[in-house]
Design a protein around this ligand. Structure first.
Ligand code: TXA
Ligand code: MG
Length: 321
């Protein structure tokens, strides 16, 4: 836990309309008081993100849900009870407290109780909601350390709270409970299987058609280098083919790969939760080495492997411009 003076300063800044970087268990967030429209607008400006993209409101506990959501289906309460604090975001019909600035003018709001002691303590002391997208520039890989935030946003934030490396490593799983059957809008740090276990039924992944979800833009999680997806068993073949074309190639994958000695490998274990935890840091490291192409090995498509595959697929998607 951070020293109490620093926590006080952070809360004071949020009260006064400041924008701070806040550690969470998923990724670092760029945080503003959700009820302060000017501060929320500054978040969009710092990120360089279109103001129509809605933000997640972080709250201190499930007992605050009714302040932000005007209907609370049993399924929302069951998921909140099972997984908060934790890497789960619920989309629900909003109350007036969730302003257009936060929701992008939609009638719903995304809510989450983060499972990081520093974030929780800041929220409890503030006693309100904090709007916080990931603390990276729009289109870049999300930060999982305070150092990543400083590299991306530097002096643009009023304070960076360092809570150590994020332990989950990918963004929260977003479950839409605002109308009809529940659906997953973004696979993330809570496995789909866990959501389904508590709800007692299958929950489909549904890319939102009406809502502008940043993570759903194909090339959202893009490093500078090109990314080629590979099954681990085919990585060597891919590397050789790319090198034959004169490209500088790096590999993201487990230690068990057999690769030519002069190929740089960035360790992304095959175990899905471990892969999720280190994925963004490894993408950044790999990207700094100036490779033309990164061959990224896919983890198994279960548990957090779904989220890792999702992020890697976006990193590999064709870029705009
Ligand atoms: O793990 C996380 O969720 C991190 C940490 C900081 O909590 N936050 C995060 O925020 O990933 P951001 O802004 O990068 O992603 C928020 C996602 C976006 O895809 C956004 O479109 C979606 O939540 N979202 C927000 N409000 C929504 C709503 N009312 N309906 C549907 N999607 C919504
Ligand atoms: Mg983001």
């Amino acid at each position: 836990m951070l020293n109490p003076d620093l926590l006080d300063r952070a809360v004071e800044m949020l009260r006064r309309g400041g924008v701070i970087a806040l550690p969470t268990e998923t990724v670092y967030g760029l945080a503003a008081n959700a009820e302060d429209e000017l501060a929320v607008r500054r978040v969009f400006a710092i990120k360089g993100r279109p103001a129509t993209h809605p933000l997640i409101v972080h709250i201190p506990g499930a007992e605050h849900l009714s302040e932000w959501a005007r209907t609370l289906p049993d399924e929302a309460l069951a998921l909140a009870r099972a997984f908060w604090p934790g890497p789960l975001t619920l989309v629900l019909p909003r109350t007036a407290r969730a302003t257009d600035a936060v929701t992008g003018g939609q009638d719903t709001v995304a809510l989450r109780v983060p499972g990081h002691p520093v974030a929780l303590e800041v929220l409890r002391r503030l006693g309100g909601g904090v709007a916080a997208p990931s603390a990276n520039r729009f289109g870049r890989v999300s930060p999982t350390t305070a150092e990543h935030v400083r590299q991306d946003l530097g002096g643009d934030v009023d304070l960076v709270l360092d809570g150590g490396p994020s332990t989950v490593g990918v963004e929260s799983t977003i479950v839409d409970l605002s109308s009809g059957a529940p659906a997953i809008l973004r696979p993330g740090g809570l496995a789909t299987e866990e959501v389904e276990r508590v709800l007692g039924k299958a929950v489909p992944v549904r890319a939102s058609t009406t809502v502008r979800v940043s993570g759903s833009l194909a090339s959202h999680y893009a490093p500078r280098a090109g990314v080629v997806l590979s099954e681990p068993s085919e990585a060597l073949q891919q590397v050789n083919a790319l090198r034959a074309r004169g490209l500088r190639v790096g590999v993201l994958g487990p230690a068990s790969l057999s690769l030519p000695e002069d190929v740089q490998r960035f360790d992304v274990p095959g175990e899905p939760a471990e892969a999720a935890r280190v994925l963004y840091a490894r993408l950044r490291e790999a990207d700094e080495q100036g490779h033309d192409v990164l061959v990224a090995c896919l983890p198994a498509a279960s548990g957090l492997g779904i989220a890792v595959r999702d992020r890697l697929s976006r990193a590999a998607a064709p870029r705009e411009g």
